[in-house]
Structure formats: structure tokens, C-alpha cells
Design a protein around this ligand. Structure first.
Ligand code: KG4
Ligand code: ZN
Length: 340
């Protein structure tokens, strides 16, 4: 079979990214332009600014991706784009840009769910073995799945309220750390001890997660201590939060490994950049005799390479989108699986 080159576009949040992916697993070229510094001034992503910056920069990002690529537009087989979930205005910039490229260059369009992208980032330079357990942890989602193949998946459990990434960001903010909070909490946690006794989220035997109780407990704790004029040991609180939140994830993955007998594990999503989480899950897999895989750091947080990976199985099945494709702000992985 001829090599397949997919040009993929990702603009769901605050990264404008375009990649060219060969055969759904080799990164031929990738550009990621982050808006993080701009949004850091506001303590979080400002949707209106995000979409405007995507619109201003996307052509330049395309030029950069093509300049670094080994192929030109003529050799591209399809254009893939994230259509959901994310910030509506930001998604729309990517979707309309993708449609325009399809019309100008006469290419088919592939619509990709962002969370599927995170999961299938594991295909980059790696052969996934099936069945696999997959945990995806990002700013928007916390999902545990069984993957029978790259297209056949079943949800075991999800967060019933806040995602783990969202809570990392909120706790960082209450501890006066700049956006994005996750990496800053990780750095601060390295200097602290797990000394605060915090409520364990969703301490049950389901595969669901819940982080809003832990979040509210910490926010109240910080406010109460401030009101009393007491100082908070931020390093210790960051460490205690990270330990409590991550250990609960690890416990549920352990339960899933025991109950399903599955021998392969895949981690993904922005929060999987967290070394404490990676190491804990790696250790667990070693003990259980399960293979462990996580994408390289660059492919854990938002990027277009993962969108190209997730587009490839759709390309093989010729599941193309029509020119009336619209962006969708919310579409959980469960809704996506049920739809397909
Ligand atoms: O996957 P992602 O880039 O965007 C979404 O799809 O949401 O994930 C972003 C999330 C943010 O909540 C960010 O704080 C978190 O991933 N994150 C981390 C780390 N790096 C990014 N959380 C904990 N530790 C990190 N090192
Ligand atoms: Zn993401």
C-alpha cells in the first residue's frame, strides 16, 4: 500500500497546531504555536482572545508545517481537523480553515474528536497491542477505557464532575501560581511533603472519578487559613493534593487491571505530562506484569500530531466528513463512541 499522508489541524483550546502524519504513526512535520503566555496574564484561557489568535496565526502555522515537511500539498491524502470538544470559537477557526483547504486542494475532510486524538497519540512510533486499557487525563476529561482495537472501545468509567486537569489548574490558582497550573503544582510538589490529610476522591469500587469534593475542600482550607491569619505550607499542600489525586487514579487503574486481566496499558492527555503520575502508573504496571506506554511529552499536551493519528483509522474506513461539518463545544468520548 502507498504511504498515506494526513495534514491535521488542532485549534480546540489555546494551541494552534498543524502536523503532517505518515501512515497514522510517523510525525513528518509538526508545528505547535502556544498562546499560553497571553492567557497567563488573565489567569486562564480567554475564549475570545483564543479564537482571534488562532485566526491570526493559522496560515503562518500551516506555512511552517509545510516548510519542514518532506511532502507538499499535492502529496497530502486528506485534511483532518478537531471538531469537538473545546472552545467553540477556537474549534470553528480550525474547522473552517480545514474545509477551505479541502475545497482549494480537492482533498477529503476527516472530523476528529479531540479526546480520541489524545488516546491515539500512543500510536506515534509505537504498535499498540490489543486489548489495551487506556487512561486519558486532560483539562477537559478523565476517562478509563478498554480498547479492543483502534476503533472498537468501551468506557469503563469517567469523572462524574471536574476533570483532574481542571482541578490541578484551580488548586494552582488558589495557591497563587500562574496558568497553566498543572506543571506549576508538579514543580511545587517536589519541594513539599504529603502532610495534609485530604478527602480521597470517589473512594469506591467503580471506575468513575470525582474531583470536585477534593477541590472544594482545598479551596475552603486555604480561605479559612487565610482568614485566621495562618500561613499555608504551599509546597506541602501541592504535594498532598497531587499525591491524593494521582493515587486515586492509580487505585482505579489497578482495579481495572485485576478485573479485566488486560495486559497492556496506555496513558494519555495533558496531565500525563506529570512525572509523579507517569512513575506511579509505570510502577503499578511493572508489578502487575502489564506493558506501559505513554506518548513523548510533546504529544501529551495539545498538538495536531495526535489528531493525524486518530484520523488514520477513519481514513482507512473512508469515513469522510461533509463540507457542512460544524464545531461542537462538548462531546464526551462516551457520546463519540456511541455515535460511531
Ligand atoms: O490535554 P491538554 O493539553 O488540554 C486539554 O485537552 O484539556 O491538557 C491540559 C491540562 C491542563 O489542565 C494542565 O494543567 C494539565 O493538562 N497539565 C498538567 C501537567 N502538564 C499539563 N497537569 C499536571 N502535571 C503536569 N506536568
Ligand atoms: Zn487536550
Amino acid at each position: 500500500m502507498n504511504d498515506v499522508y494526513i495534514l491535521a489541524i488542532e485549534t480546540s483550546c489555546d494551541e494552534t497546531s498543524i502536523a503532517i502524519i505518515k501512515n497514522g504513526q510517523e510525525v513528518d512535520s509538526l508545528t505547535i504555536l502556544t498562546q499560553m503566555d497571553t492567557h497567563a496574564n488573565f489567569g486562564g484561557v480567554v475564549p475570545e482572545i483564543a479564537s482571534r489568535m488562532h485566526a491570526e496565526n493559522i496560515t503562518m502555522v500551516l506555512e511552517d508545517t509545510l516548510r519542514k515537511s518532506s511532502v507538499d500539498m499535492d502529496r497530502i491524502d486528506a485534511i483532518a481537523v478537531t471538531y469537538a470538544p473545546g472552545l467553540l470559537g477556537s474549534l470553528l477557526v480550525g474547522v473552517e480553515f480545514a474545509k477551505t483547504l479541502c475545497l482549494v486542494y480537492n482533498k477529503p475532510l476527516i472530523a476528529v474528536n479531540h479526546t480520541m486524538g489524545h488516546i491515539l497519540a500512543n500510536r506515534i512510533d509505537y504498535e499498540i497491542e490489543y486489548p489495551s486499557l487506556a487512561l486519558t487525563v486532560s483539562g477537559g476529561h478523565t476517562d478509563l477505557l478498554v480498547m479492543e482495537s483502534e476503533t472498537d472501545m468501551k468506557i469503563l468509567g469517567s469523572s462524574i464532575d471536574d476533570s483532574i486537569g481542571e482541578v490541578f489548574d484551580k488548586i494552582a490558582r488558589v495557591l497563587d501560581m500562574p496558568y497553566p497550573g498543572g506543571p506549576n503544582i508538579e514543580k511545587m510538589a517536589l519541594k513539599g511533603q504529603n502532610s495534609y490529610k485530604l478527602p480521597i476522591p470517589m473512594n469506591d469500587n467503580t471506575y468513575n472519578f470525582s474531583y470536585s469534593g477534593l477541590k472544594s475542600y482545598i479551596i475552603n482550607l486555604v480561605h479559612n487559613e487565610k482568614q485566621r491569619g495562618n500561613t499555608i505550607n504551599k509546597e506541602d499542600l501541592a504535594c498532598s493534593f497531587q499525591t491524593t489525586a494521582v493515587d486515586e487514579l492509580v487505585r482505579k487503574v489497578s482495579l481495572a487491571i485485576d478485573n479485566t486481566g488486560i495486559k497492556h496499558f496506555l496513558l494519555s492527555g495533558g496531565v500525563s505530562a506529570n512525572k509523579y503520575l507517569r512513575n506511579k502508573l509505570k510502577e503499578l504496571c511493572k508489578i502487575k506484569g502489564v506493558t506501559f506506554h505513554v506518548p513523548e511529552f510533546t504529544y501529551c499536551t495539545d498538538n495536531a500530531a495526535m489528531i493525524g493519528c486518530a484520523a488514520y483509522p477513519l481514513w482507512k474506513e473512508k469515513k469522510f466528513a461533509s463540507m457542512d461539518l460544524n464545531a461542537k463545544a462538548s462531546e464526551s468520548i462516551k457520546q463519540y463512541i456511541e455515535k460511531n
